[in-house]
Design a protein around this ligand. Sequence first.
Ligand code: XIL
Length: 348
Amino acid sequence: DVAELDERYEKSFTIGAAVETSQLEGKDGEMLKKHYNSLVAENIMKPINIQPEEGKFNFKEADKIVKFAKENDMDLRFHTLIWHSQVPEWFFLDKEGKKMVDETDPKQREKNKKLLLKRVETHVKTIVKRYKNDVDSWDVVNEVIDEYAPNDKGLRESPWYQITGTDYIAVAFETARRFAGKDAKLYINDYNTEVEPKRTHLYNLVKELLEQGVPIDGVGHQGHIQLGWPSLQETRDSINMFASLGLDNQITELDVSLYGWPPRPAFKSYEEIPDEVFQAQAERYDALFKLYEELDDKISNVTFWGITDNHTWLDDRAEEYNDGVGKDAPFVFDPYYNVKPAYWAIID
Ligand code: XIL
């Protein structure tokens, strides 16, 4: 019988896992109850699933996750109110069904901006009102920084941005605060937050928003990392940077891929992965969790983007770049629900 992860880190931060609703039962459900005290939906709380058509909210699947968290006394992260991906097209169409980004008339553009901001408000308000007593931490916006953006602030030029500038971010946070109350914790979430130039772009944006009075409580660092990247120093510096703004930090989507980017070549099956690789992964996990513990007054939650190696979005990527066959293994539990060297590394 192995020690529980959440218990091990009880004094430092909560330990979460991302799940599909199908994983609330069976062996996955048992793992959740044993090792984790925080939960997040891998997909079903994203805009495309929650409001697929304007005004038609679909809370059925989301409710199952909320219920599981409540029944098992787990914290709940909401992922994610606003994102450029997995978002239905209707958000960005005007009343005539025309794409707002194509509009050139200044007057109509002004109208479109108003309409989209109203939709942001309605989306956020409806969800937050429903779940305000259930959710502890909200990813209010996700991935608004893009290091390859053509502007010098690194602002992602998604339709949200093209139509409203950065107003969609302010409106999303303000609406979330208004309906969730002062105790709700509101996060701006992103990947590659450890490295330049992205972390400075994010830092500058957050600082500016805070100065404008936008209610941001913390930064979510996705933490989709690799065996040797990013460095621990970059990770430490990033956490400290955001903490210096008075913000909380959460590690929201942790997985340690065995591959670089792109993930090529990849092992074809789990059985093919050599022990040395799992050893290297254990060392990586060891160093990482030591760092998180060192910084635990600045980090309130560490969430894995899955439970065991039998279900990880990284497999889709490994497959995509390797002619349809590739297996990643980013977690501390193997596909058969056994502990890996990485588990012992973070427990001991
Ligand atoms: C991923 C899910 O894991 C996949 O199942 C889905 O097909 C695509 O989205 N950053 C995020 C997450 O913020 O929402 C993404 O989740 C992974 C990258």
